[in-house]
Design a binder for this molecule. Sequence first.
Ligand SMILES: [Cu+2]
Length: 132
Amino acid sequence: MSVNSNNKNNLKITKMKTLKLFLAAIIAVSMSATVSAQTKDHSTMAMTKTETIKVSGKCESCKARIEKTAKVDGVTKAVWSDKTKMLTIAYNPSNVKIDDIQKRLAAVGHDTPKYKATDKAYNALPGCCKYR
Ligand SMILES: [Cu+2]
């Protein structure tokens, strides 16, 4: 009888110990995840470059197209103004080249300082977007 209840108590203690270890492991893992996320954010911030380039366009749908086209992986912000025709891009220079973004924009019909849209790409734009 007493041996039996001792065994039960031991089992209970072992279970609690396992649970405590388990919880400690979860806490340790989530803490290290938070730390690495912060480190990552910090390095991303340090690596972010902002540049403004002129992109020809006209209206709100140009704005949507230009911003969507510029927002490739590594671009954290792309904002185009239909008043100034300027596109502001915040990006990580280690995986984004402004040159490539200009190429992409020209391919969907918008002239950039370095690449002009082909007539074919330009003609494919909707009427409201014809800026030339
Ligand atoms: Cu437009």
